[in-house]
Structure formats: C-alpha cells, structure tokens
Design a protein around this ligand. Structure first.
Ligand code: 13P
Length: 240
C-alpha cells in the first residue's frame, strides 16, 4: 500500500497570525485516513510544531549541514524546528534560484541524512509541454535529481507541470494518468508515492485523486485556507 498524502505548500505566505489556519487543518487531519502535511515558511515551523501534532515540512534546504552560508537553512535545522519533510526541486527554486538537477540531488541527500522525507518536485515547462517533450524532461529530472537510495519512507515524488502552477490550468486526467504511469515505471521502488501538483482545487481533486497512479496532491494556493484545503483532504480520503 502506497502512502496517500495531501501536502500543502504555503510558499512565501504566512505570518504568526495565520497559525489559526494550521490549527483548523490539523483538527481536520486528526480524523483523516490519509497523511496530511503542511510545508510552511521556515519562520513558522517551530511555532506550528508547538501548537499542533500535524506533520510539517520546509520548502527548501541547503545541501550543506552547517557553516558559512549566509541566509541558508540546513536540513538538520528544519528537523530541529520540528519538520519531518522538505520540498526539494520545486520549479520556483529551479527557475528563480537556478537549481540544477545536481544541486537538487545534493539537497535530497542532505535531507535524508537529517532524517527528513524529501518531497522531490519534477515537471515540464509550458514550452516543453507544447513541444511534446514532457516525458523526456521528466526522465532526465528523475535520473538527475533522485539519488540512489530512495524508498517510500524517505522520498515522495511530486509531479508539477510548471504551466499548471497557480494558473488554474491542469493537464487532462488522461495526460495525468499517462504521466504518472511513466514516472512510476522509472522509480527504483514501486512503493514510492507520486503526488500531483498544479492548480489542485476542491472542484478538480476528486477526478485527479481517482487515478490509479496518483497518490495525493501537493497543493499551493488552495492550502492557504482551511475551507479549500480541508475539502481536498476529504476528496483524497474518499478516493482511497
Ligand atoms: P498551486 O496549487 O497554487 O497551483 O501551486 C502548486 C504548487 O506549486 C505546489 O507546490
């Protein structure tokens, strides 16, 4: 049985005042039959961990353990703050911070060494999608950013088409089904979970989560409010 996970990515959103939302999501997650994870800004992880038992994650970590890396946060620091997960290789990090597959792979190894579960993001850009290159891009990202040693405990894959992030657009369910099956065939361990991310909403979650190779979602905008994230959690439970 693969893990079924509803993960929220708050990106660069959230103040201490928003911890009430974390409390509401945590209350709903307690009764849930799937895993619920919130990947918060690093500034909120400690405070959220003091408040709720919900599994928490960071959104990036350094490849190094410690040292002269001003502004960076290491995987052991995230763990120390109360995180159990970390998103790595998100398209916003790859595009805005120039993270190559090799850098992402080094970060995944740092996360594993700290005992964190890496949520490794892969996905094609709109130009790559239009050019019919999606599967080649994904194969290269898996080969380049997933180190040897991945298993269902230390790694979750998130397929996030870049053009579907924050746009309200999604691939068709047939495209998602085909893409997830392709990814599954390239993973070293059949037990790894593959989440879909990109404009997941209460309105489209049921269709997406019903697909055989979709084990949950990585949700951005809709995870910022309990009245949109909790229905998505319920759709994941209902799809089991
Ligand atoms: P949206 O759900 O806002 O499209 O964001 C998806 C995402 O990037 C999650 O990591």
């Amino acid at each position: 049985m693969r893990r079924r996970i509803a993960a929220g990515n708050w990106k660069m959103n959230g103040m201490v005042a928003d911890l009430a939302i974390v409390g509401e999501i945590s209350a709903a997650a307690k009764a849930a039959s799937c895993e619920v994870v919130l990947c918060l800004p690093a500034t909120l992880i400690r405070a959220a961990n003091n408040l709720v038992a919900l599994p928490l994650g960071g959104q990036d970590c350094a490849a190094q353990e410690k040292g002269a890396f001003t502004g960076d946060i290491s995987a052991p620091m995230l763990r120390d703050a109360g995180a159990g997960f970390v998103i790595l290789g998100h398209s916003e990090r790859r595009a805005l911070h120039g993270e190559s597959d090799a850098i992402v792979a080094a970060k995944v190894q740092a996360a594993w060494a700290a005992g964190l579960c890496a949520i490794l993001c892969i996905g094609e850009t709109e130009a790559q999608y239009r050019a019919g290159e999606t599967l080649d891009v994904l194969a290269a990202q898996i080969a380049g950013s997933l180190p040897e040693g991945a298993n269902a405990r230390n790694t979750v894959i998130a397929y996030e088409p870049v053009w579907a992030i924050g746009t309200g657009l999604t691939p068709t369910v047939d495209e998602i089904a085909r893409t997830h099956a392709f990814i599954r065939a390239r993973l070293p361990d059949a037990g790894l979970s593959i989440l879909y991310g990109g404009s997941v909403s209460p309105a489209n979650a049921a269709q997406i989560f019903a697909l055989a190779d979709v084990d949950g979602g990585l949700v951005g905008g809709a995870s910022l409010k309990s009245d949109s994230f909790i229905p998505i959690i319920h759709e994941l439970e209902a799809s089991a």
